[in-house]
Design a protein around this ligand. Structure first.
Ligand code: AMP
Length: 397
């Protein structure tokens, strides 16, 4: 009988879900995917199957006011589709595993206590991730659950790569560079031996360019450095987050402009980056065709920072063999890829413009000293694999 795993990615007002199926003797595959959004305002459930056929697209009762109610609504829909006991396990994306979880883990009361202690490190995400774990346990007592962390893939970096250069008492309170987007990077590392065997063992910079954006320096498929640090604010310019910022700016916001902590938080997480620079949109699809000078500046800054920080990670790697693009912008925007590759030509990247425009996997010239690739990420499949493995749902996944 086919096994099903439910993969959840719970945010403040949305619950993304993926139902994965593993027919006997096969690998995990996507069965359906969807989202409940507008939780607390106008809750709406939409789901599609693996061929993009819409399975449901409906408003939910207005009492779906929080994550637990959303999980109940999702559970009712899944039950109506697949029957009562179809789901063998649930895998969750959990943003923070802290320093002590270098790998996904099966949920126990002790693990939940540890993850709750990390809430202050990721107050905008961790509480919602944990609320989803709790809501599933309440609805289906005893169902095995797995937490997969965005930070795990980066554990094992050197002491200098993880260091935040502040006094020991502050570092001892957990202030270090953690890195994020780890499930995406882990997925890319897992497919390189098959998709791009010539670079799998080498020095690779992976550019995860989506609404959140970061770079990962990989050596032989392991993370040795990344541009996101203590929080998901560092590094590259993102949709609504600034990326690297002189900390003196934050002091200035507090001391001279009199902003409150909540206002600074909203500024840094929701109003900066592409949106802040352009004043138009956080979406690259709106900015690229725009002739507005502020939109051009936002795109220029995005490309400039990417190229600059690719150079920094190439230095951390002692050279670079390949650059891999992934996530929404990285996978779908030939223009951004072209501009980043052109700005990185000094490293030895020679772009094949036709391959780039037609979105081939390999987008550099055959004799390019450094190769460039486009590889779609699949964080949910990564969570499904971990969940299947940890819960003994699969032999090979
Ligand atoms: P992600 O966070 O990986 O889902 O990526 C979402 C982002 O990808 C969106 O905010 C868009 O800015 C960007 N994106 C998606 N498709 C395109 C495209 N064709 N061209 C430029 N940017 C895109």
């Amino acid at each position: 009988m086919a096994q099903f795993a439910l993969i959840l990615n719970a945010g403040s007002s949305s619950l993304k879900f993926f139902i994965c199926k593993r027919p006997p003797g096969h690998v995990w595959e996507l069965e359906s995917r969807g989202q409940i959004d507008g939780i607390g305002t106008n809750p709406h459930l939409k789901a599609k199957d693996a061929t993009d056929k819409v399975l449901i697209d409906t408003d939910l009762a207005s009492d779906v006011k929080d994550g637990a109610k959303a999980i109940n609504a999702l559970g009712d829909w899944i039950r109506s589709l697949y029957g009562g006991s179809a789901v063998a396990g649930v895998g969750h994306r959990v943003v923070h595993g802290g320093p002590n979880y270098p790998a996904p883990v099966v949920i126990t009361p002790k693990v939940m206590d540890d993850l709750r202690a990390l809430v202050p490190l990721a107050p905008l995400h961790q509480p919602y991730n944990l609320a989803a774990l709790e809501a599933v346990a309440q609805r289906i007592p005893g169902i095995p659950q797995v937490a997969c962390f965005d930070t795990s893939f980066h554990r094992g970096q050197s002491a200098v790569a993880e260091l935040v250069p502040l006094p020991a008492e502050i570092r001892n309170a957990g202030v270090q560079r953690y890195g994020f987007h780890g499930l995406s990077y882990e997925y890319i590392a897992s497919v390189l031996p098959e998709v791009a065997p010539s670079i799998a063992g080498g020095r690779v910079v992976v550019a995860h360019l989506g609404s959140g954006a970061s770079l990962c320096a990989m050596l032989g498929g392991k993370s040795i450095d990344s541009t996101l640090g203590f929080t998901a604010l560092d590094g590259l310019c993102m949709g609504t987050r600034p990326g690297s910022l002189d900390p003196g700016v934050v002091l200035y916001l507090f001391q001279q402009l009199g902003l409150s902590a909540k206002e600074v938080e909203a500024l840094l997480y929701k109003k900066s980056g592409l949106l802040g620079i352009s004043g138009i949109s956080n979406d690259m699809r709106d900015l690229l065709p725009s002739a507005a000078p502020a939109a051009r500046l936002a795109v220029d800054y995005f490309v400039y920072q990417c190229a600059k920080q690719i150079g920094a990670l190439a230095a951390a790697l002692g050279g670079i063999d390949a650059l891999v693009f992934t996530a929404g912008i990285g996978e779908n925007s030939p223009e951004i890829r072209r501009r980043i590759c052109q700005a990185s030509a000094w490293l030895g990247i020679q772009l094949d413009t036709a391959a780039n425009e037609s979105r081939q996997t390999l987008i550099s010239m055959p004799d390019s000293p450094v190769s460039a690739w486009v590889i779609p990420t699949n964080e949910e499949l990564m969570i499904a694999r971990h969940t299947g493995r940890l819960l003994g749902l699969s032999g090979r996944s």
